[in-house]
Write a new protein. Structure first.
Length: 118
């Protein structure tokens, strides 16, 4: 069983930046960020494999960067040029398969809120 704890959410104006972190209690092959806005489906934002391969949703490409520190079992999401539509609860996920489908992941964090303050 892997436990995931997110941090770093907050309120930010459009155009601003935030960095999310997700600390895992142990080894994970793949990790990903998902987000869910009120009334919408949970969607994959970015995913990263243990070896560093990564993929992004089209809506965040060139604005968000996913990374991980395997020695610390920690994943990050650097979010730049934030838009109002980026406001959502952001969830960390981990599993044995890599990609942006939520069914690929067995373990989920509790979420951290990102809110547009514009």
């Amino acid at each position: 069983q892997v436990q995931l704890v997110e941090s770093g959410g907050g309120s930010v104006q459009a155009g601003g930046s935030l960095r999310l972190s997700c600390a895992a209690s142990g080894y994970t092959y793949s990790m990903a960020w998902f987000r869910q806005a009120p009334g919408k489906e949970r969607e994959g934002v970015a995913a990263i494999a243990f070896g560093g391969g990564r993929t992004y949703a089209d809506s965040v490409k060139d604005r968000f960067t996913i990374s991980r520190d395997n020695a610390k079992n920690t994943m990050y999401l650097q979010m730049n040029s934030l838009k109002p539509e980026d406001s959502a609860m952001y969830y960390c996920a981990a599993g044995s398969y890599y990609g942006l489908g939520k069914n690929l992941y067995n373990y989920w964090g509790q979420g951290t809120q990102v809110t547009d303050s514009s």
